[in-house]
Design a protein around this ligand. Structure first.
Ligand SMILES: [Zn+2]
Length: 325
Protein backbone atom coordinates (compact mmCIF):
# COMPACT_ATOMS: atom_id res chain seq x y z
CA UNK A 1 0.00 0.00 0.00
CA UNK A 2 1.34 3.46 -0.85
CA UNK A 3 2.46 5.51 2.14
CA UNK A 4 0.47 8.53 3.27
CA UNK A 5 3.25 10.71 1.81
CA UNK A 6 3.04 8.98 -1.57
CA UNK A 7 -0.70 9.62 -1.57
CA UNK A 8 -0.07 13.28 -0.71
CA UNK A 9 2.54 13.54 -3.48
CA UNK A 10 0.10 11.98 -5.97
CA UNK A 11 -2.56 14.49 -4.92
CA UNK A 12 -4.91 11.83 -3.54
CA UNK A 13 -4.72 13.62 -0.19
CA UNK A 14 -4.75 17.42 -0.30
CA UNK A 15 -1.68 19.23 0.98
CA UNK A 16 -0.14 22.68 1.25
CA UNK A 17 2.67 22.19 -1.21
CA UNK A 18 5.57 24.64 -1.11
CA UNK A 19 8.13 23.02 -3.43
CA UNK A 20 8.58 20.16 -5.87
CA UNK A 21 11.11 18.83 -8.33
CA UNK A 22 11.71 15.61 -10.19
CA UNK A 23 12.77 13.68 -7.08
CA UNK A 24 11.37 15.61 -4.15
CA UNK A 25 8.22 17.26 -2.78
CA UNK A 26 7.77 19.61 0.18
CA UNK A 27 4.55 20.52 1.97
CA UNK A 28 3.50 22.10 5.25
CA UNK A 29 3.09 19.89 8.30
CA UNK A 30 -0.60 20.23 9.23
CA UNK A 31 0.33 20.14 12.93
CA UNK A 32 3.28 22.53 12.85
CA UNK A 33 5.71 22.73 15.77
CA UNK A 34 6.28 26.34 14.60
CA UNK A 35 4.66 28.34 11.80
CA UNK A 36 6.20 27.25 8.48
CA UNK A 37 7.12 23.72 9.70
CA UNK A 38 7.67 21.85 6.40
CA UNK A 39 8.22 18.21 5.45
CA UNK A 40 10.65 17.54 2.59
CA UNK A 41 9.86 14.13 1.11
CA UNK A 42 11.53 12.09 -1.64
CA UNK A 43 9.20 10.68 -4.26
CA UNK A 44 10.99 7.36 -3.83
CA UNK A 45 9.23 5.40 -1.12
CA UNK A 46 12.01 4.20 1.19
CA UNK A 47 11.57 3.51 4.90
CA UNK A 48 14.41 5.82 5.96
CA UNK A 49 16.64 8.39 4.30
CA UNK A 50 19.62 6.02 4.28
CA UNK A 51 17.58 3.50 2.31
CA UNK A 52 17.24 5.92 -0.63
CA UNK A 53 19.21 5.27 -3.77
CA UNK A 54 22.16 7.66 -4.17
CA UNK A 55 20.46 9.94 -6.71
CA UNK A 56 17.31 10.40 -4.62
CA UNK A 57 19.41 10.91 -1.49
CA UNK A 58 21.50 13.65 -3.07
CA UNK A 59 18.38 15.27 -4.55
CA UNK A 60 16.66 15.25 -1.14
CA UNK A 61 19.44 17.25 0.49
CA UNK A 62 19.59 19.69 -2.40
CA UNK A 63 15.85 20.26 -1.97
CA UNK A 64 16.24 20.59 1.82
CA UNK A 65 18.65 23.47 1.34
CA UNK A 66 16.43 25.21 -1.22
CA UNK A 67 13.33 24.92 0.95
CA UNK A 68 15.18 25.98 4.12
CA UNK A 69 16.45 29.07 2.30
CA UNK A 70 12.88 30.00 1.29
CA UNK A 71 11.56 29.37 4.80
CA UNK A 72 14.21 31.62 6.26
CA UNK A 73 13.31 34.44 3.91
CA UNK A 74 9.55 33.89 4.18
CA UNK A 75 9.36 33.74 7.98
CA UNK A 76 12.29 35.97 8.94
CA UNK A 77 13.28 33.25 11.39
CA UNK A 78 16.71 33.16 13.00
CA UNK A 79 17.49 29.69 11.66
CA UNK A 80 15.83 26.60 10.28
CA UNK A 81 16.10 23.49 12.45
CA UNK A 82 16.57 20.22 10.53
CA UNK A 83 15.20 17.07 12.12
CA UNK A 84 15.28 13.56 10.69
CA UNK A 85 13.37 11.43 13.12
CA UNK A 86 11.62 8.78 11.11
CA UNK A 87 9.54 7.06 13.77
CA UNK A 88 6.37 8.89 12.70
CA UNK A 89 5.80 7.88 9.06
CA UNK A 90 7.77 5.01 7.43
CA UNK A 91 8.57 7.04 4.30
CA UNK A 92 11.84 8.96 4.41
CA UNK A 93 11.40 12.65 5.19
CA UNK A 94 13.12 15.66 6.69
CA UNK A 95 11.43 18.15 9.03
CA UNK A 96 12.32 21.82 8.57
CA UNK A 97 11.21 24.02 11.48
CA UNK A 98 11.75 27.79 11.41
CA UNK A 99 12.95 29.01 14.81
CA UNK A 100 12.56 32.60 15.92
CA UNK A 101 15.33 34.52 17.67
CA UNK A 102 15.84 33.10 21.17
CA UNK A 103 13.48 30.25 20.30
CA UNK A 104 14.08 26.78 21.64
CA UNK A 105 13.17 23.25 20.61
CA UNK A 106 13.72 20.46 23.12
CA UNK A 107 16.82 18.41 22.35
CA UNK A 108 17.25 14.84 23.72
CA UNK A 109 18.44 15.02 27.33
CA UNK A 110 22.27 14.75 27.42
CA UNK A 111 23.85 12.22 29.77
CA UNK A 112 27.28 12.79 31.31
CA UNK A 113 29.55 9.95 30.11
CA UNK A 114 33.06 9.01 31.32
CA UNK A 115 35.85 9.60 28.75
CA UNK A 116 36.73 5.88 28.65
CA UNK A 117 33.20 5.07 27.50
CA UNK A 118 33.50 7.70 24.77
CA UNK A 119 36.88 6.23 23.71
CA UNK A 120 35.40 2.73 23.58
CA UNK A 121 32.58 4.03 21.37
CA UNK A 122 35.10 5.68 19.03
CA UNK A 123 36.85 2.31 18.63
CA UNK A 124 33.58 0.55 17.84
CA UNK A 125 32.48 3.14 15.28
CA UNK A 126 35.85 3.30 13.54
CA UNK A 127 35.98 -0.49 13.32
CA UNK A 128 32.45 -0.75 11.90
CA UNK A 129 33.57 -0.23 8.30
CA UNK A 130 31.90 -1.88 5.34
CA UNK A 131 33.40 -5.11 4.08
CA UNK A 132 35.87 -4.61 1.23
CA UNK A 133 33.17 -5.62 -1.28
CA UNK A 134 29.41 -5.96 -1.13
CA UNK A 135 26.50 -5.90 -3.58
CA UNK A 136 26.46 -2.09 -3.60
CA UNK A 137 30.13 -1.86 -4.61
CA UNK A 138 31.69 -1.90 -8.06
CA UNK A 139 35.29 -2.82 -8.71
CA UNK A 140 36.38 -0.69 -11.68
CA UNK A 141 39.24 -2.32 -13.57
CA UNK A 142 40.68 0.59 -15.51
CA UNK A 143 42.26 0.03 -18.94
CA UNK A 144 44.18 -3.21 -18.38
CA UNK A 145 44.85 -3.34 -22.11
CA UNK A 146 47.73 -4.59 -24.21
CA UNK A 147 49.04 -1.16 -25.25
CA UNK A 148 49.37 -0.17 -21.59
CA UNK A 149 50.08 -3.48 -19.87
CA UNK A 150 52.32 -5.33 -22.31
CA UNK A 151 56.00 -4.29 -22.32
CA UNK A 152 55.74 -4.24 -26.14
CA UNK A 153 52.63 -2.02 -26.06
CA UNK A 154 52.75 1.43 -27.67
CA UNK A 155 52.09 3.25 -24.38
CA UNK A 156 53.48 0.69 -21.95
CA UNK A 157 53.14 1.69 -18.28
CA UNK A 158 56.24 0.54 -16.43
CA UNK A 159 55.52 -2.38 -14.10
CA UNK A 160 51.96 -2.79 -15.44
CA UNK A 161 52.33 -6.54 -15.91
CA UNK A 162 52.94 -6.82 -12.14
CA UNK A 163 49.38 -5.73 -11.35
CA UNK A 164 47.63 -8.53 -13.24
CA UNK A 165 47.83 -10.96 -10.30
CA UNK A 166 46.57 -8.46 -7.69
CA UNK A 167 43.87 -7.20 -10.08
CA UNK A 168 42.65 -10.75 -10.66
CA UNK A 169 42.64 -11.32 -6.89
CA UNK A 170 40.44 -8.23 -6.45
CA UNK A 171 38.11 -9.45 -9.20
CA UNK A 172 37.76 -12.79 -7.40
CA UNK A 173 37.04 -11.11 -4.05
CA UNK A 174 34.54 -8.74 -5.63
CA UNK A 175 32.65 -11.54 -7.37
CA UNK A 176 32.57 -13.67 -4.26
CA UNK A 177 30.88 -10.79 -2.41
CA UNK A 178 28.34 -10.21 -5.18
CA UNK A 179 29.93 -6.91 -6.24
CA UNK A 180 29.81 -5.67 -9.82
CA UNK A 181 33.01 -5.71 -11.87
CA UNK A 182 33.39 -2.91 -14.41
CA UNK A 183 36.02 -3.18 -17.15
CA UNK A 184 37.00 -0.02 -18.98
CA UNK A 185 38.85 0.24 -22.26
CA UNK A 186 40.46 3.22 -23.90
CA UNK A 187 38.98 2.84 -27.39
CA UNK A 188 40.07 5.42 -29.92
CA UNK A 189 39.40 5.99 -33.62
CA UNK A 190 42.50 5.68 -35.85
CA UNK A 191 42.73 9.47 -36.03
CA UNK A 192 41.96 11.66 -33.02
CA UNK A 193 43.33 14.92 -31.59
CA UNK A 194 44.15 12.73 -28.55
CA UNK A 195 47.18 11.41 -30.49
CA UNK A 196 50.44 13.35 -30.86
CA UNK A 197 50.53 12.85 -34.64
CA UNK A 198 47.10 14.58 -34.83
CA UNK A 199 48.08 17.46 -32.56
CA UNK A 200 47.58 15.84 -29.15
CA UNK A 201 49.79 14.37 -26.44
CA UNK A 202 50.03 10.61 -26.77
CA UNK A 203 51.54 8.07 -29.15
CA UNK A 204 48.91 6.11 -31.07
CA UNK A 205 47.37 3.58 -28.64
CA UNK A 206 44.24 1.52 -28.07
CA UNK A 207 42.74 1.99 -31.50
CA UNK A 208 39.36 0.29 -31.35
CA UNK A 209 39.51 -3.24 -32.79
CA UNK A 210 43.33 -3.32 -32.95
CA UNK A 211 45.24 -5.87 -30.81
CA UNK A 212 46.61 -3.10 -28.58
CA UNK A 213 43.08 -2.28 -27.40
CA UNK A 214 42.38 -5.85 -26.25
CA UNK A 215 42.47 -6.75 -22.59
CA UNK A 216 45.73 -8.20 -21.33
CA UNK A 217 45.39 -11.95 -22.00
CA UNK A 218 46.01 -12.85 -18.34
CA UNK A 219 43.29 -10.51 -17.06
CA UNK A 220 40.29 -12.43 -15.78
CA UNK A 221 37.32 -11.01 -17.67
CA UNK A 222 34.36 -12.16 -15.64
CA UNK A 223 30.88 -12.95 -16.92
CA UNK A 224 28.25 -10.43 -15.92
CA UNK A 225 30.71 -7.54 -15.89
CA UNK A 226 29.95 -4.06 -17.17
CA UNK A 227 32.05 -2.92 -20.11
CA UNK A 228 32.78 0.73 -20.75
CA UNK A 229 34.66 2.03 -23.77
CA UNK A 230 35.85 5.60 -23.65
CA UNK A 231 37.11 7.96 -26.32
CA UNK A 232 35.17 6.22 -29.08
CA UNK A 233 34.12 9.55 -30.61
CA UNK A 234 37.64 10.98 -30.70
CA UNK A 235 37.46 12.43 -27.17
CA UNK A 236 40.13 12.24 -24.49
CA UNK A 237 38.81 9.42 -22.34
CA UNK A 238 40.56 9.52 -19.00
CA UNK A 239 37.66 9.04 -16.59
CA UNK A 240 35.49 5.92 -16.70
CA UNK A 241 32.52 8.24 -16.09
CA UNK A 242 33.06 11.01 -18.61
CA UNK A 243 34.97 11.97 -21.73
CA UNK A 244 36.06 15.40 -22.89
CA UNK A 245 36.53 16.55 -26.43
CA UNK A 246 40.13 17.84 -26.75
CA UNK A 247 39.13 20.67 -29.10
CA UNK A 248 35.82 22.11 -27.88
CA UNK A 249 36.12 20.85 -24.27
CA UNK A 250 32.63 19.37 -24.33
CA UNK A 251 32.15 16.77 -21.58
CA UNK A 252 29.82 13.82 -22.05
CA UNK A 253 28.93 10.78 -19.98
CA UNK A 254 30.13 7.25 -20.73
CA UNK A 255 26.91 5.87 -19.21
CA UNK A 256 28.73 4.34 -16.23
CA UNK A 257 27.03 6.58 -13.67
CA UNK A 258 23.55 5.56 -14.90
CA UNK A 259 24.53 1.89 -15.03
CA UNK A 260 25.78 2.00 -11.42
CA UNK A 261 22.72 3.91 -10.20
CA UNK A 262 20.52 1.29 -11.83
CA UNK A 263 22.32 -1.37 -9.79
CA UNK A 264 22.01 0.73 -6.63
CA UNK A 265 25.80 0.94 -6.35
CA UNK A 266 27.18 3.70 -4.12
CA UNK A 267 30.87 2.77 -3.84
CA UNK A 268 33.63 2.17 -6.39
CA UNK A 269 36.97 0.45 -5.86
CA UNK A 270 39.63 1.31 -8.42
CA UNK A 271 42.44 -0.78 -9.85
CA UNK A 272 44.32 -0.67 -13.15
CA UNK A 273 46.11 1.83 -15.36
CA UNK A 274 47.32 4.41 -15.09
CA UNK A 275 47.39 5.91 -11.60
CA UNK A 276 48.18 9.44 -12.74
CA UNK A 277 45.61 9.60 -15.58
CA UNK A 278 42.62 7.29 -15.89
CA UNK A 279 42.60 6.00 -12.31
CA UNK A 280 42.97 9.51 -10.94
CA UNK A 281 40.28 11.04 -13.17
CA UNK A 282 37.90 8.15 -12.48
CA UNK A 283 38.37 8.57 -8.73
CA UNK A 284 37.82 12.35 -8.84
CA UNK A 285 34.68 11.92 -10.97
CA UNK A 286 33.38 9.20 -8.62
CA UNK A 287 33.69 11.48 -5.60
CA UNK A 288 32.18 14.40 -7.51
CA UNK A 289 29.21 12.20 -8.44
CA UNK A 290 28.66 11.23 -4.81
CA UNK A 291 30.23 7.76 -4.68
CA UNK A 292 32.44 6.48 -1.91
CA UNK A 293 35.72 5.51 -3.52
CA UNK A 294 38.84 3.50 -2.79
CA UNK A 295 42.05 2.66 -4.67
CA UNK A 296 43.87 -0.66 -4.37
CA UNK A 297 47.38 0.78 -4.34
CA UNK A 298 49.08 -2.56 -5.09
CA UNK A 299 46.93 -2.92 -8.20
CA UNK A 300 47.71 0.37 -9.97
CA UNK A 301 50.78 1.68 -11.82
CA UNK A 302 51.67 5.16 -13.03
CA UNK A 303 52.98 6.61 -16.30
CA UNK A 304 55.17 9.07 -14.31
CA UNK A 305 55.88 11.43 -17.23
CA UNK A 306 57.32 13.55 -14.43
CA UNK A 307 58.86 11.50 -11.60
CA UNK A 308 56.39 11.29 -8.71
CA UNK A 309 53.22 11.88 -10.79
CA UNK A 310 51.73 8.61 -9.52
CA UNK A 311 52.41 9.42 -5.88
CA UNK A 312 50.99 12.90 -6.35
CA UNK A 313 47.86 11.45 -7.98
CA UNK A 314 47.26 9.14 -5.00
CA UNK A 315 47.81 12.08 -2.67
CA UNK A 316 45.25 14.16 -4.57
CA UNK A 317 42.74 11.32 -4.45
CA UNK A 318 43.27 10.88 -0.70
CA UNK A 319 42.71 14.61 -0.23
CA UNK A 320 39.36 14.21 -1.99
CA UNK A 321 38.32 11.50 0.45
CA UNK A 322 39.31 8.44 -1.58
CA UNK A 323 40.35 5.56 0.67
CA UNK A 324 43.80 3.99 0.06
CA UNK A 325 43.73 0.21 0.41
ZN1 LIG B 1 43.85 7.25 -24.69
Amino acid sequence: MPSIFTRIIRGEIPSHRVYEDEHTCAFLDINPARPGHTLVVPRQEAPGIFDLDPGAYAALWRAVRRVADRLERATGCERVVVIVYGADVPHAHVHLIPLEAGGHLPFPQPRPTPPEDLAAMVDRIRAATRPAYDTRTALVVVDVQQDFADPAGSLYVKGAEEIIVPVNAEIARAREAGATVVYTQDWHPATTPHFARDGGTWPVHCVGGAPGAEFHPALHVADGGLFIRKGTGGEDGYSAFSVRHPEDGEVSSTGLDDALLERDIDRVVLAGLATDYCVKETGLDAVRLGYEAAVVTAAVRAVDLQPGDGERALHTLAEHGVEMR
